[in-house]
Ligand binder design. Structure first.
Ligand SMILES: NC(=O)C1=CN([C@@H]2O[C@H](COP(=O)(O)OP(=O)(O)OC[C@H]3O[C@@H](n4cnc5c(N)ncnc54)[C@H](O)[C@@H]3O)[C@@H](O)[C@H]2O)C=CC1
Ligand SMILES: C[C@H](O)[C@@H]1OC(=O)[C@H](O)[C@@H]1O
Length: 254
């Protein structure tokens, strides 16, 4: 069964990793898909090629989510090229691992701007369009297990993920009357570009694997099903919710 037949889905940071898996997952479920991305044109082009190979329409638009204008332009282009906006997957994010005591101000500020401001502007722009269309919609934000637990080298990052989680809760209230549902997924440790260097240390990787009751780290495709589900009408009465997708890592105390 295709869960997103006839829908138009927008994905930020859709060229690699979790965003790409969500974009392809949405296309597999019958959606036309627009992706935003920031670097590496070839990754974005190959993602669009995969979407089109599945028989769906797709396009990629380069832009920095930290800037409000990127959000308005992304939504405007989606409207012009795909006709409407039904779903936003707010996924773009960075995690430049760094110690707390000597955190450079620019690394701290950029992490807030991309992860938190970016999610806010994108969700607001998509929601404005959904309200204008008048037939509801769904927003799925990629938060993190890090919204709930800390990380020594993520003191600038974890508050942004708690912020995204909180944004979905408040937006669910603000947008419920318009039939727009807002939920978040909370991935555990998923093997992507964002943690390639951090997990290059075999000891660290082994340790992270042992934390997961299901016995392995995640792959981007592990997020596709939960994101498609929350975006779809199967989740018609789900809003303000947060879904851990972590192989059980969060509950693994001992
Ligand atoms: N990989 C993991 O273990 C986890 C990742 N996440 C979150 O998942 C999201 C996606 O990350 P991954 O797929 O893991 O890594 P990734 O590095 O493969 O993907 C990040 C995506 O965001 C885009 N991006 C980065 N800065 C941007 C900007 N300023 N404007 C527009 N796009 C920008 C990149 O181009 C890329 O497409 C992030 O929000 C991250 O915080 C959450 C929990 C765990
Ligand atoms: C980038 C990290 O590996 C990843 O980011 C998160 O949000 C997870 O908590 C992991 O630490």
């Amino acid at each position: 069964m295709k869960l997103l037949e006839g829908k138009t889905v927008l994905v930020t940071g859709g060229s690699t990793g979790i965003g790409r898996a969500a974009a392809i997952g949405a296309a597999l479920h019958g959606a036309d898909v627009a992706i935003n991305y920031y670097t590496r044109d070839e990754d974005a082009e190959s993602c669009v090629a995969e979407i089109e190979a599945l028989g769906q329409r797709g396009f990629a638009l380069k832009g920095d989510v930290a800037l409000p204008a990127t959000a308005t332009e992304f939504v405007a282009q989606a409207l012009e090229r795909l006709g409407k906006v039904d779903v936003l997957v707010s996924n773009a994010g960075i995690c430049p691992f760094h110690a707390f005591l000597d955190m450079p101000v620019d690394v701290f500020e950029r992490t807030q701007q991309v992860n938190m401001h970016g999610a806010y502007f994108m969700c607001q722009a998509a929601a404005r369009q959904m309200v204008e269309q008048g037939h509801g919609g769904a927003i799925v934000a990629v938060s993190s297990i890090s919204a709930l637990v800390g990380g020594e080298f993520q003191t600038h990052y974890t508050p942004t993920k708690a912020g995204v989680h909180s944004l979905m809760q408040s937006a669910a209230i603000a947008l419920g009357r318009h039939g727009i549902r807002c939920n978040s997924v909370l991935p555990g440790t998923i093997l992507t570009e964002i943690n390639k260097d951090d997990l290059a240390d075999p000891e660290k990787r082994k340790y992270m694997e042992t934390r997961v009751p299901l016995g392995r780290l995640g792959v981007p495709e592990d997020l596709a099903g939960p994101i498609v589900f929350l975006a779809s009408d199967m989740a018609a009465y789900v809003t303000g919710a947060a879904l851990l997708v972590d192989g059980g890592m969060y509950v693994n105390l001992q």
